[in-house]
Design a protein around this ligand. Structure first.
Ligand code: MV4
Length: 593
C-alpha cells in the first residue's frame, strides 16, 4: 500500500477518501482553493496545500499544480474522487509521466469509454448489449433521417458523442422534432466537450436507470457488487439512489452483473467503476461506463459491507482485491438522498449560502457523508451538494421509513435544501410501489412537490393577477409541457417543511398593487444565464414558439412563448444573468382590446 496519497478533490468525496486513507494507515494530502480555506477536507487531511483562487479552472482543474503538490509533498499516488479531473485521460497520463500512481483505471480505459460512439462499438464487439442505434457519428439531419427510416424508427434519442450523464441528450418523438433535437444535442456537445458529433439510439419510453458497480485489480480479477437504481432524476441529476434495484431479481442480477464485468474486462479496467444502463421489460442495455467512484457508491457499500474506496486503492497499489465474487453477499436495502442546497419550489435553483445551525441525523442504519458543517459555506462556485444521507434497513419499506425518520432528524437552518422535497417524494404512493417516475408527473402530489401547482386558491382572485404559464418538466427522460393557471411564478409555493406531501398548505401572501410580472409577461422559471435570444422585438410569435435558451446548471433550457402575440419587450441580453421570476419577455396580443 502507498504511504501517502494526495486527494485532488474537495467536499464530501475528499473527506470520504481521507477516511479510507486513515483506515489503511496512509497519510493524506489535501489541496484547496482560496474559497475552501476553512473547508472540512482541509482540516481533516494530514497536510493541505493551497492551489489557487476559487474557480475550479484555476485550482482543482489545473493538472500541473496538482502534480507539483504531489511531488513537493512526497505523495506516491493521487485519488481524483469524482468530477474535476476524475475522467480526464490527460491527467491520468500526466500522473504516469511524473511517476505518480493515478488511483483509477489506465488512461486507455478512460479514453475508450470517453467517446460514447467508440465505447458502443467496443461493447458491441465484446458481446455487451447496447441500445439499438448507431455506433458511428451521424453527419447531419439528412443522414439521421436515413438511419431512422432504415433501422431505428421513432422515437429516437439524439446524443452527443462526447457527452454522458445526459449532457447533449435530446429526444425526437416524430420527424418534426428531429432537426431541433439534432441541433440541440450537437450544440451542447460542442459547448461542453468541444465535439459537435452526435449519434442516435432508439428512445426507450419508460426505462429504469440501473447501474452495476464493478471492481477490478491488476491480477485479472473483475467482480461486480450488484446494482443500483437511480431512476429518480431531474434534468439528469440523480436525486435518490437505492440498492438493490426493485426491478432486479437474482437471475437478472447475475445477467447484468456478467454484462458489467464483460464491459470492464473489455477495456482492461482497474479499480472501482460503474456500468450505467437502461432496464426495460427485463431487457438490459449498456449506456456508458463511469470510470471513477460515483456519488452513490455508498448504497452498495451498505448492502455488501465492502469498502469500495479502499478496494480501489488496493487495486491501484497493485494488490489483489480483498474479496472474490463468491464473497459478495447482498443484505437488506439501502437508500441515498442527495441533500443539495437547492430550492425545489424554484425549479431546483441552486441556493448557496452560509449554514446556520447544523445537526446530522444518526442512530441505527444511518450514514451521513458530508463536506460542510455548522457555519460552513456552500459556495455558488461549486456543486451545491451539502451531504449525502444514506440509510440501511432490512427491506425497502423499512429503509424508506428509516430515511423519513432521518430526514426529520436532520437540522439545517439558514440554507434551503432538498430535505422537504425528499420527504414529499418518499411519501408518494409511486415511490412506495417502486413505479417509474413517468407516472409521478400525473400525480397531483408530485406536481405540488415540484411546485408546479398554483399557490393561490382559484376562488376570489382580488386583483385578477392570474397568469397561464407553460413549463417543461422532464421525468424519466420524457419532456412534458405543464400548463399552470394561477399566480405568477414569483408566488410559487414553498414546500411545507415537515409534514408529508399531502398536508394542506397555506396560500402564500401576495403583495398588493401587483408585481412587474403580469399576463403578458413571461417570468423566468429558473435561475441561470441568457444563452441565446431567438426572437426580436416586434416579432409575431405563436404559442409554444422558441423564444430564448437559458443556461442553468450546465444545461440548456428552451423557453417557449406562453401565448401568441407580438414580442413587446425582451429585457435580458445574451450573456446576462437571470434570477428565477425575472421577466424574460413580454408578449402583447395582436388584436388590441
Ligand atoms: C435514454 C433514455 C431513453 N432512451 N436513452 C441518459 C443519461 C441518463 N441521465 C439517463 N439517460 C437516458 N437515456 C435512450 N435511448 C432515457 C434516459 C433517462 C432516464 C432513464 C431512466 C430513468 C430516468 C431517466 C431520466 C432521464 C433520462
Amino acid at each position: 500500500m502507498f504511504s501517502k496519497v494526495l486527494i485532488a478533490n474537495r467536499g464530501e468525496i475528499a473527506v470520504r477518501v481521507i477516511r479510507a486513507c486513515e483506515e489503511l494507515g496512509v497519510a493524506s494530502v489535501a489541496v484547496y482553493s482560496e474559497l475552501d480555506r476553512d473547508a472540512i477536507h482541509v482540516k481533516r487531511a494530514d497536510e493541505a496545500y493551497l492551489i489557487g483562487p476559487g474557480p475550479a479552472a484555476e485550482s482543482y482543474l489545473v493538472i500541473e499544480k496538482i502534480i507539483d503538490v504531489a511531488k513537493r509533498s512526497g505523495a506516491e499516488a493521487i485519488h481524483p474522487g469524482y468530477g474535476f479531473l476524475a475522467e480526464n485521460a490527460a491527467f491520468a497520463k500526466a500522473c504516469e509521466t511524473a511517476g505518480i500512481v493515478f488511483i483509477g483505471p489506465p488512461a486507455s480505459a478512460i479514453e475508450a469509454m470517453g467517446s460514447k460512439t467508440a465505447a458502443r462499438e467496443l461493447m458491441q464487439k465484446a458481446g455487451v448489449p447496447i441500445v439499438p442505434g448507431t455506433t458511428e457519428p451521424v453527419a447531419d439531419v439528412r443522414a439521421a433521417r436515413k438511419v431512422i427510416a432504415d433501422s431505428i424508427g421513432y422515437p429516437v434519442a439524439v446524443k452527443a458523442a462526447g457527452g454522458g450523464g445526459g449532457k447533449g441528450f435530446r429526444v425526437a418523438l416524430t420527424d418534426d422534432e428531429l432537426e431541433a433535437a439534432f441541433e440541440g444535442a450537437s450544440r451542447e456537445g460542442e459547448k461542453f466537450f468541444s465535439d459537435p458529433t452526435v449519434y442516435l439510439e432508439r428512445y426507450l419510453p419508460d426505462p429504469r436507470h440501473v447501474e452495476v458497480q464493478v471492481l477490478a485489480d491488476r491480477h485479472g480479477n473483475v467482480i461486480h457488487l450488484g446494482e443500483r437504481d437511480c431512476s429518480v432524476q431531474r434534468r439528469h441529476q440523480k436525486l435518490i439512489e437505492e440498492s438493490p434495484a426493485p426491478a432486479v431479481d437474482e437471475a437478472l442480477r447475475a445477467h447484468i452483473g456478467r454484462v458489467a464485468t464483460d464491459a470492464a474486462a473489455a477495456v482492461d479496467y482497474v479499480g472501482a467503476g460503474t456500468i450505467e444502463g437502461l432496464l426495460q421489460d427485463g431487457e438490459y442495455f449498456f449506456l456508458e461506463m463511469n470510470t471513477r467512484v460515483q456519488v452513490e457508491h455508498c448504497v452498495t457499500e451498505m448492502t455488501t459491507g465492502i469498502d469500495i474506496v479502499k478496494e480501489g486503492m488496493r487495486a491501484a497499489a497493485g494488490e489483489p482485491l480483498s474479496i472474490s465474487q463468491d464473497d459478495v453477499v447482498l443484505r437488506g436495502h439501502a437508500i441515498e438522498c442527495r441533500i443539495n442546497a437547492e430550492d425545489a419550489s424554484k425549479n431546483f435553483a441552486p441556493a448557496p449560502g452560509r449554514i446556520g445551525a447544523y445537526v446530522e441525523p444518526s442512530g441505527p442504519g444511518v450514514r451521513v457523508d458530508s463536506g460542510v458543517g455548522p457555519g460552513g459555506e456552500v459556495s455558488p462556485m461549486y456543486d451545491p451538494m451539502v451531504a449525502k444521507l444514506i440509510v440501511w434497513d432490512s427491506d425497502r419499506e423499512a429503509a424508506t421509513r428509516r430515511m423519513l425518520r432521518a430526514l426529520d432528524e436532520y437540522e439545517i437552518t439558514e440554507l434551503k435544501t432538498l430535505i422537504p422535497f425528499h420527504k414529499a417524494l418518499l411519501a408518494t404512493r409511486q415511490w412506495g410501489n417502486a413505479e417509474t417516475c413517468r407516472d409521478l408527473v400525473e400525480d397531483k402530489r408530485w406536481l405540488r412537490a415540484l411546485a408546479f401547482e398554483p399557490t393561490v386558491p382559484s376562488d376570489g382572485d382580488e386583483d385578477g393577477e392570474k397568469v397561464e404559464q407553460t413549463y417543461t418538466v422532464e421525468v424519466s427522460g420524457r419532456r412534458f409541457d405543464v400548463r399552470v393557471i394561477g399566480a405568477p411564478f414569483a408566488g410559487a409555493v414553498t414546500l411545507n417543511g415537515s409534514a408529508p406531501a399531502a398536508a394542506p398548505r397555506k396560500p402564500r401572501e401576495r403583495k398588493k398593487g401587483g408585481s412587474a410580472v403580469g399576463g403578458d409577461t413571461l417570468p423566468s422559471p429558473l435561475q441561470g444565464n441568457m444563452w441565446r435570444v431567438k426572437v426580436r422585438q416586434g416579432d409575431a410569435v405563436e404559442e409554444g414558439q422558441l423564444l430564448c435558451i437559458i443556461e442553468a446548471m450546465k444545461m440548456e433550457n428552451e423557453i417557449t412563448a406562453h401565448k401568441a402575440g407580438v414580442v413587446a419587450e425582451l429585457p435580458i441580453a445574451e450573456g446576462a444573468p437571470i434570477a428565477a421570476g425575472d421577466p424574460i419577455a413580454t408578449i402583447t396580443s395582436t388584436v388590441s382590446e
